[in-house]
Design a protein around this ligand. Sequence first.
Ligand code: IPM
Ligand code: MN
Length: 378
Amino acid sequence: MKSYKIAVMRGDGIGPEIIEEGLKVLDAVSERENFELDWIEYPHGAEHYLETGELLGEDTFKELGRCAAIYFGCIGDPRLEPGVLEQGILLALRFYFDQYVNLRPVKLLEGVRTPLAGKRPEDIDISVVRENTEDFYIGIGGRAKGNEKKSEVLEIVRNLYQVKFNLDVETDADELAYQIGVVTREGCERVMRFAFELARANGKTKVTSVDKANVLTHSYGFWREVFNDVAKDYPEIETEFNFVDAICMWFVKNPEWYQVVVAPNMFGDIITDLGAMIQGGLGLAPGGNINPDGVSMFEPIHGSAPKYKGKNVSNPIATIWAGAMLLENVGEKHASESVINAIEEVLKEGKVRTYDLGGSSKTSEVGDAIVAIIKSES
Ligand code: IPM
Ligand code: MN
């Protein structure tokens, strides 16, 4: 029997309980489809950090590198400064495994009511391809104080390239802070190609590129230039540019316009929270951090919701759907589709729903209902 070693990082807050439902569903479908999922649990997250001082060590990265994929819950804990876990775990994983695509489906499932009056599942079906390793997320910057000359070297080291900024700062402002965003031709090109290939593979006819080239002319003007170059290799696919502010408006007004959307890291982050809302809420929005030639990681796009930790009330569907994306990624397309169909069956039936969808079911009841449908189809 085919077997896949999958790393599981449940993380913080509601992470453990939503991942539990994901494991339940993926185990049910793997049993039916005759393959095996060998789950390897990793304790990393806030609790582990507070106890041991370890975020993610080199040894762990090496072990993870031997897995077929990573199934990730969510991180974040009010006892820690913002950024510690985000940078030390989530972004560290994305960067270490060079998961340069963050693929986020914005798709209205059957049985979900979108807050956009009158929109149907066929109107909301967008693949957002978010660049996942560059832009303002590279984490370099600093502060300077007036009348103090400052020189520093800021460096990014990646497999794909290295960059060094030798920076001299002189200012008479009381104090200032700066954050450097970088986009490279290599970095833009690979994620744009992924978007065009995705469109091609799914019979889509249009790719929309998001930027703010009218103001951030250096970085996003360059993004635009690279997009035009890449587009030449896909003459059958129509292209367009949207400014990030405008696409926020159009996602609400005319979501049916969009098919595949490719965006730089930070804008991709922002527009996919908006996308989550138009597809019915954060409880329904999955994401894949993908390296087409390496180890990819799948997670709900929502955070750890510490308020709801342990209450068994959170919606596990985003996580279960992320699990379906994981199955597709390891090559189990049929199993992946049946998980998504089972999710839609449960939503359409409408009896088992968590509070975010107007119901009062428990997290575990949603998982059970999805499993029951998968089992009934065997
Ligand atoms: C997301 C999250 C992360 C991001 C945070 C937690 C670092 O908001 O996955 O969208 O900004 O990428
Ligand atoms: Mn986000």
